[in-house]
Design a protein around this ligand. Structure first.
Ligand SMILES: Nc1ncnc2c1ncn2[C@@H]1O[C@H](COP(=O)(O)OP(=O)(O)O)[C@@H](O)[C@H]1O
Ligand SMILES: [Mg+2]
Length: 441
């Protein structure tokens, strides 16, 4: 567990990069910090491995202030991945991966074996190990960056916008890789990105930061999408947050329909059926595209397909939106055509999901109203109790005063006025039988 305790960082030129930020990064799972460029993300991340020291506050690791830990020891326990992999250009891939083991003084054979093992773990062919970084694609370099960070089996993986320089397809693969590593190796991952979609995909919890390194919201991705804490968060999450929140809609049970399938786009439509949608599949039964009713023999694009059962609702919506016929095409786990579902039917599932979300929001609203009511009643009860207390004290004080007054009255009646000296009588009014001190007789 990493805990930021009221940390601030003001650079020597006066730039306030982080201000009074407190945040707990739990040990299991992935925590993502997301925010616009310049909001202090890199500064925060580098505070964890002490590449940057905070100007105020502290960072603790499982309760120990990291200031007390030696930088070299600390960094061995924390893998660090940066954009573009940050590989050494003149060292081979295997040498790059073996950097930390080498620093730790492992012998060559052990280092080499570990590097080979990691190359495989991140999904790279063994022969790539002899190449230099420039001979690898951006995505491959990034995989090497991840492998290098894992070399000494650190507990914590710090990742600074690791996938922002690769194309969306490669990025999705890398995200899958890191998710798999997280579940398999159980590392604590602290990752930063400026991309909300990436934050949603990767984070078990997401910290949204705003300019000046202030925390705008720290929550699960679902909560952030459904209940942004402020105007800033809502803006940052973006207009399509409704669509994005479908990511969490789970996989609905869908009723599929069938359409006519053919092997060859040049087929006989037959009489009076010119607008019937016809799906073209290959020899294995995998969908290839829709037959174009206007231009016989030609294919319309397929759009995206989804796997049934199991596809999250967002993928089904995507398939319906990208299909030229409005029919989303389902395939089985083997990639073969399984059936279709219409965009109308998909929207019904979306509506059902939204109704569920709205209901949970209403429940939450009612609960918070009930909480507020309970708090109000409790405050009233306390106020009444206090008033009663004060009244009791006042009455007691009055009774005491009354007792004193009547006692005084009784003494007066018994012994006459001179026997009783008022407590606050001035010295000059002392009774005559007392000799003033120091006076000669
Ligand atoms: N060494 C530095 N000296 C002065 N200002 C810096 C330094 N490093 C970063 N900054 C400034 O601090 C702010 C936060 O930077 P950074 O942590 O890199 O943000 P992010 O990673 O979110 O883009 C920015 O305004 C940046 O210009
Ligand atoms: Mg940065």
């Amino acid at each position: 567990m990493i805990e930021f305790k009221s940390v601030s960082k003001t650079y020597s030129d006066g730039t306030k990069a982080v201000e009074d930020l407190s945040l707990v990064v739990p040990s299991d799972g992935t925590t993502v910090m997301v925010g616009p460029s310049g909001c202090g993300k890199t500064t925060l991340l580098r505070m964890v491995n002490r590449m940057i020291e905070p100007t105020a506050g502290s960072v603790e690791w499982d309760g120990t202030p990291i200031k007390r830990l030696k930088k070299t020891v600390l960094r061995r326990q924390m893998g660090y991945v940066i954009q573009n992999g940050g590989l050494f250009p003149h060292r081979t891939i295997l040498e790059n991966i073996g950097t930390v083991p080498e620093l730790l003084g492992w012998d060559d054979r052990k280092t080499h074996a570990r590097a080979q093992e990691l190359l495989e773990l991140v999904g790279l062919e063994p022969q790539l190990g002899r190449r230099f970084p420039a001979q690898l694609s951006g995505g491959q370099q990034q995989r090497v960056g991840v492998a290098r960070a894992l070399a000494a089996d650190p507990d914590l993986l710090l990742m600074d916008e690791p996938f922002s320089a690769v194309d969306p397809v490669v990025r999705a693969d890398l995200q899958e890789l890191v998710k798999r590593l997280q579940t398999d190796l159980k590392k604590t991952i602290l990752m930063i990105t400026h991309d909300m979609d990436e934050a949603i995909t990767m984070g078990n919890q997401v910290a949204v930061l705003q300019k000046g390194g202030q925390l705008a919201q720290f929550d699960t991705p679902e909560e952030i999408l459904d209940n942004p804490a402020s105007e800033f968060v809502a803006d940052f999450v973006g207009r399509d947050r409704g669509y994005r929140s479908l990511t969490f809609a789970g996989a609905p049970e869908l009723k599929l329909e069938r359409v006519r399938t053919v092997r060859n786009a040049a087929f006989e439509r037959g009489e009076g059926r010119s607008d019937e949608p016809v799906l073209v599949v290959d020899g294995e039964g995998r969908p290839q595209g829709w037959a174009d009713p206007q231009r016989p023999g030609r294919l319309l694009g397929l759009g995206s397909t989804f796997t049934n059962p199991g596809a999250p609702l967002r993928e089904v919506v995507e398939a319906a939106l990208t299909s030229p016929t409005g029919l989303a095409v389902a395939v089985g786990a083997d990639g073969r055509y399984a059936g279709v579902i219409s965009d109308d039917a998909v929207m019904q599932h979306v509506r059902a999901y939204r109704a569920g979300v709205a209901e949970s929001q209403v429940t939450r609203q009612i609960r918070s109203e009930e909480d507020a009511e309970a708090a109000r009643i409790e405050a009233e009860r306390q106020a009444a109790e206090q008033a009663a207390d004060q009244e009791r004290q006042r009455a007691e004080a009055e009774a005491l005063a009354e007792q004193k007054r009547s006692a005084k009255g009784r003494r007066k009646r018994r012994g006459g006025a001179t026997a009783v000296k008022p407590a606050d009588a001035p010295a000059s009014e002392q009774p005559a039988d007392v000799e003033p001190e120091g006076e000669k007789p």
